[in-house]
Design a binder for this molecule. Sequence first.
Ligand code: NAD
Length: 307
Amino acid sequence: MNREEKESVLFIGVGRMGNPMARRLHQAGVRLAVADISEAALAPFKELGVPVSRFPDELEGTIVITMLPTDAEVREAMLGNRGAVRGFKREVLIDMSSSAPSATRSLARELAEMGIAMLDSPVSGGVPRAKTGELSAMVGGDSETFARCKGLLAHMCSSIRHVGPIGAGDTMKALNNYLSAVAMWASCEALLIGARAGLDPETMVEVWKTGTARSHAVEVKIPKAVLPRSFDYGFTVGLMAKDLTIAARLARSMDVPAPMLTATEEHMLFARDALGAEADLTAVITLLERWAGFELPAAGGEPQTKK
Ligand code: NAD
């Protein structure tokens, strides 16, 4: 039996991303328990026969994996009244949420005092790649803990990069999402300008995909969830606003000028307040449409001016 087969995992946070990630661990034969504050999120794992609870302290698992909205929930899930450290023996925390690097570093210090090692291993790729196990992980932490956990991560991620000490993964992720957010927002603006000027939306996307405008926004998010107006890509405006705030605070804390980042953060915070934190990121175009006074037409159609 290799080391990885001996590891037992407590996975906390089985929402849009955590659900397919934990499923992959289960399918790979990893000994798994699952915690989430939502009974609905736990139900599918209960059906699979996986031990579940709303309270992490009730579940075994030497390696804890968290996939929670923010670092505040990660802290609560580990150190709160019913947190994981109150129950069974824990050896490692792998936080796969997109957390703030400063919060991660201070949690890692507190856990180290309890003899628990920590990696920050946020991921990129979204729900589709979480389902196929093709996430890209950017890992911060010491080399020994990284070596111990790499095999587990490989069940969920096809690209795994050790990018530096604890917090480095979170820094990389915040900047990744900054770049992703700019591409998304700018592509939506360009689609509306182009449509107003008489261009066909599907043709615009096809052309940009093969040119230097290429991005995840034009290759995946827009064709999948904007053009069909399903707005169901699976990543919320609230979480993207959080990521941009992490990146903007990081820039400010080091006095690195980042005017585009500041503007993008402000736009996303505005979108979060206007559309609601749970709105899908791809729905930001509906805000731009409201301002423009027309909706993106169906492929080949004419732009519709609102009466
Ligand atoms: P989500 O809201 O769908 O899932 C979060 C889950 O955590 C929910 O099931 C919720 O009930 C649970 N939860 C909340 N607070 C809890 C607590 N205190 N204890 C236990 N469970 C708790 O969010 P998501 O989209 O899966 O994102 C999770 C993390 O992954 C975020 O940090 C996000 O920024 C990051 N992320 C998301 C995507 C994406 O495409 N959705 C991609 C990459 C990274």
